[in-house]
Design a protein around this ligand. Structure first.
Ligand SMILES: [Zn+2]
Length: 181
């Protein structure tokens, strides 16, 4: 797996394909082949979609619009009109088709259907006033996630690296503190 699916929503996972958005953004989607791989790895999307340049550009537009709306939500301000248009337009296309076979659930559909599903997942999340949307608590990680834990006490995005790194740093700080006593 090249991509992480830890955010609790495909919309947020797509947003998360840009790492460290604050300081030095790293975009994991450099071209159509990367997007095709992301779709393949996402558990709730068709396995094989063709991605051409125009649909790749649409995907990046959708990603940044979703990110802007999520930030609007985090900062408790009105949604950006232009981003609403991008997300709502993507969501208007028919979503992927689910089929149950002996092998389990399979999804079929083209890249437009994929983007429709991602947009719908973002809409469902952003429309839900009770959904607890958070940004990862580790400095340097700007990943967004839905906190569905009891009492919403989750602090990290769900990447093992984040929680473990913060805990290790706290442990080292405590050790340093106690040796100075
Ligand atoms: Zn994180």
């Amino acid at each position: 797996m090249r991509f992480a699916f830890v955010s609790g929503s495909p919309a947020l996972d797509l947003i998360g394909t840009v790492g460290s958005r604050r300081d030095t953004p790293v975009d994991l989607l450099a071209g159509p082949a990367d997007l095709r791989q992301w779709v393949l790895e996402c558990g709730e999307l068709p396995d094989d979609v063709r991605v051409d340049e125009p649909s790749f550009t649409s995907a990046l537009r959708l990603r940044e619009a979703l990110y802007e709306l999520a930030l609007d939500r985090l900062r408790a301000r009105a949604f950006s009109r232009a981003s609403l248009d991008v997300v709502n337009e993507a969501a208007a296309a028919p979503p992927p088709v689910a089929e149950l076979t002996d092998a389990g659930l399979t999804w079929s559909g083209d890249i437009r259907a994929v983007l429709a599903h991602v947009a719908r997942s973002g809409i469902a999340l952003l429309a839900d006033r009770d959904a607890c949307l958070k940004e990862c608590g580790r400095t340097g990680c700007t990943r967004l996630y839905v906190d569905r834990s009891r009492g919403a006490r989750r602090t990290w995005c769900g990447m093992d690296a984040c929680g473990n790194r913060v805990k290790a740093a706290a442990y080292r700080a405590r050790k340093r503190g106690s040796s100075e006593l």
